[in-house]
Design a protein around this ligand. Sequence first.
Ligand code: SF4
Length: 228
Amino acid sequence: MLFLSFVDDVPNERNTIVYKLHVSCEKGSQRLTVKSGQLEWLPEGSQLTMASPAQSGDNQRTYTSFGQSQQNTSERPLGVKYNDITIARLGPGQAIELEAHAVKGVGKVHAKWSPVATAWYRMLPEVVLLKEIKNGDAEELVKRCPVNVFDIEDLGKGEKRAVVAKPRSCTLCRECVRLADDQVELRRVRDHFIFTIESTGALPPEVLFTEAVKILEEKCERVISELS
Ligand code: SF4
């Protein structure tokens, strides 16, 4: 992620990682693809001096205030996670000179820091066969379901019947009900929730879920203690 943004804190060695990128495409040469791996870590912080009119008398200050080098605190050199992301395509005579500041923050302050891409839940579907569906009707039912919720059970002597094999896969599309509305019923298990969490990559989904539950628990405890 590339952005220049600071929250309340002064950007320092504990909340900001700075990268620089200086690339140019010489006149007369081929177009140049600039990749994320070309970002260079600056462990001492920003090298750009503040030179806006409001701060013109203070042009020795940079955009970060590092108390010490990040090389002292980091076990290994910091870098981007994926080196092959295309940042730009430069034409002959074009150049990029930038600093990228990766700033630590939380989603409560701004959504750009949220480690969750999307999250949703649904109740566990329950597919109930109200009557026995056999032979040709059973095969038709199996074919009708787009996500293979039903299966065929062999009863012997050439007889077979439909069974509900994978109710969790049901999307509640109602195709089976359209085929046999007096034989199939769709329900939801009201105390069983299936959560789907997509991470942005900062934290694995299982960690996101357990951390969210901890925060919810803390909030509930606060409400209980304030009410009692
Ligand atoms: S509602 Fe749709 S997905 Fe669910 S069992 Fe019926 S046909 Fe399959």
